[in-house]
Design a protein around this ligand. Sequence first.
Ligand code: NAP
Length: 422
Amino acid sequence: MLYNKIIVPTDGERITVREGKLRVPDNPILLWIEGDGIGPDIMTASRRIWDAAVAKAYGGQRQIAWAEIFAGEKAASLYGGDYFPAESLAALREFLVGIKGPLTTPVGGGFRSLNVALRQDLDLFACIRPVKWYPGVPSPLLRPDLVDVVIFRENTEDVYAGIEYRAGTPEAAKVERFLKDEMGARFPSAWLRAGFDNFGIGIKPVSEFGSKRLIRKAIRHALDHGRRSVTLVHKGNIQKFTEGAFMGWGYELAREEFGDVTITEKQLWDEFGGAAPEGVIVIKDRIADIMFQQMLLRPAEYDVIATLNLNGDYLSDAVAAEVGGVGIAPGANIGAYIAVFEATHGTAPKYANLDKVNPGSLLLSGVMMLDYIGWREAARAVEGAYTRTVADRIVTYDFARQMDAAREVKTSEFAAAVIERL
Ligand code: NAP
C-alpha cells in the first residue's frame, strides 16, 4: 500500500502469516510510535538497546527495519489535527507488529482514547502483562523473587463495552421499565423508594467467543513457555452468567481443545498426588478478591492468569506494584496476529524531554516483542543486560529514591550502561 507520511524502509521485508504462524524474515519491518510526553526519551533509549542486542545476538545476520508510524500529538501536527490517522492503522494491518510509547488522550467531548481505539479497531483482544521481579528492583514484598506471572486480560468486553445510561435520562428510565415490566427483574424496596431516576445503568456483556479466544491464548502461551498452570480469575460467585460463565467456558475449552495436556486442580490431587506430570498444565480458578490476597501472600502458586477486562485492569497494576511498579511493567495488546507492544505507564508530561525517566517498561515490552517474533536470543540479551545494570545499582531517579547506594543516571546514560552490559 502507498502511504502519505509513513516511510516504508526499502531494506526490510514484511512479516506474514502462513498456515496460522508468523513468518519472520531476517530483516523484518517493525513499526514504532514514538509517544507523547516522555515517549521520545524512552523510545530513543530503548531502540538503541534493542538494535545493539540484535546486532550482538546475530552478528549482522538479522536486523530490524524500523518504520515510524504516527499517533497522538506528533500525528496531530503532521496530519492537520488528526490524532489517529487511518494510515497508521493500515500500516499495523499490513506489517502486523509494532511498539508504542505512551499517548496523551486529549480531554474533550467525544474523543476516544487512542489506546482504546487501537484495541477496538484492530480487535486486539488480549492484553498481556508479564510480571516478574529483577534482582535489585525495589519492592514492598519480602520475597518478590516468588512473583513470576503472565496476566492475560480480555480487552474488548465486560463493563468496558461502553453501554451505559446516565441517571435521570429517558434511556435509563426505559431500561428500568424494560427490566421491571418485560424481564420481571425483582428490585429491592429501597431502590423503589429511591426512584429509578437515581440510577445510572451499565451493561456487562461477556461472550463465549470472547472468553474462549482469550483463554485459548493463555493456555497456548503456558504450553509454549513451559508454564505449569493457568488460573481463571473471576467473580462468578456473584456474577454468575458473566464472570461465572467465563470460568465455565474456560474449563470447557481446556477439556475440549487441550484435553490431553491439561488437568484440573481436582485431578491434580485425586489422580496425581499433587504433582502434575511433565508438560501438563493445571487449570484452576480463583475468585477475584481472594486472588489479590494470594498474589501478595502466596505468589509462587500462580503462573499464567486469564481474566476478564475489569479484574485484569486492577490485578495487572496491583501485581506490577509488587515488583517495582509502572516504571518497569511491560505490556502488549495482541489479536489473532497483530501485536502492539507498549509502555504501560502514561506520558508523565512533567518529565517530558528531561532525559530523566525509567525506560524499563518500554524496554521490557520490546523484550516481549522480540520473543513474539521468535528472536529469543536477542530478547534474553536485553533482559540479561538490564538485570546486570540494575544489580549494579545504576538506575533512574524513580528507583534511586528507593534504593541505598544507587547511582542515579539519566535515561540515555541508563541505555548506555545496558548496552555496555550486553
Ligand atoms: P503517568 O503518565 O503514568 O504518570 C504518573 C506518575 O508515574 C509520574 O508522575 C511518575 O511518578 C510515574 N511514572 C510514569 N512513568 C514513569 C517512568 N517511565 N519512569 C518513572 N516514573 C514514571 O500517569 P498520568 O500522569 O495519570 O497520565 C498522564 C497522561 O498519560 C494522560 O494524558 C493519560 O491519558 C496518559 N496515559 C496514557 C497511557 C498509555 O498511552 N498507555 C496510559 C496511562 C495514561 P513520580 O512523579 O512520582 O515520579
